[in-house]
Design a protein around this ligand. Sequence first.
Ligand SMILES: *Cc1c(COP(=O)(O)O)cnc(C)c1O
Length: 353
Amino acid sequence: MMKWEENVRRVVPYTPGEQPDRANVIKLNTNENPYPPAPGVVKSIAALEQDKMRLYPAFPEQTHLAEALASYYQIDRDQIFIGVGSDDVLSLAFMTFFQSDRPILFPDITYSFYDVWADLYKIPYETKALNEHFGIRTEDYRQPNGGVVFPNPNAPTGILLDTGQVEEIIAANRDVVVIVDEAYIDFGGASCLPLIRKYDNLLVVQTFSKSRSMAGMRIGYAMGNPKLIRYLNDVKYSVNSYTLNYASLQLGVEAVLDAAYFEETCGKIVRTRERAKEELGRLGFVFPDSYGNFIFASHKRIPAQEIFERLKENDIYVRWWNKERIRNYLRITIGTDAQMEALYRRLREIVGD
Ligand SMILES: *Cc1c(COP(=O)(O)O)cnc(C)c1O
């Protein structure tokens, strides 16, 4: 080890799903949306102004995007923070709000970025074990802590807490910030957004990456009490003021304005997911009832790793983690009906149906 390495901030980074750079791959491994973004998004690419690329972009909270989001969610602009995907928003929120000596709390099986940020920012944390059915036990979040974060629906299980259960957790934690990561809320769940009026310590985080088909444009946002948003902005402007680029700020607007397209594509994914539950059940899989654009499934006979590898040999990518409690599960993103049919055909061969 070199001497200078003693002073390096060392982290074990988050591992994203593979992004194979080949045509004809059926990519069901990173919960991307199989449908294109709203037609207006693609049309407005041509309207991007060359001269605007020369200038620094506008501050996100002063843009049409903030205006469109505020109007869509019926909140004020000072209740919204916009960042470079919700990973950026969440990471800044960890940095901003989790400053206590007490541990922050999150589930043991959850979005695998949370412990990475906690390690990176040296935030003490404690994970709370999901119950045997992978459900969050709300009573686990009643101990003294430095903050709480969880996805709803949870990832990678897809299990949804109802708004009453979410409120139970927030109400038990009035002295710390509670972050609810709603990356998948648009696939059939009810957002806890209305609770931001009642709880000034609630931050609701959402993203354009899944339900709005724009993972590549990196747009995420948080909604909460103006004071929370101000603290977040103070930290953001202390790291890098100009986070969201001009193109994303422009194109994101169109995705928000086209509510009909948004509802149509989310509805399609929900219908395909419900059919997938029937089909996977017939093939001998068991899985929690998912409200996300994915299903977390385990086969009754065949190990998940084997299915994962055999699908990959056939250019069908799903996600598998070699991790305690979940190594016999596959997370399968909901694709188009045609992609799902191709998956079922392969699975039928693999499970020998
Ligand atoms: C995908 C995902 C995110 C982050 O997505 P971005 O592309 O950074 O917006 C955050 N939380 C959960 C639970 C996710 O699955």
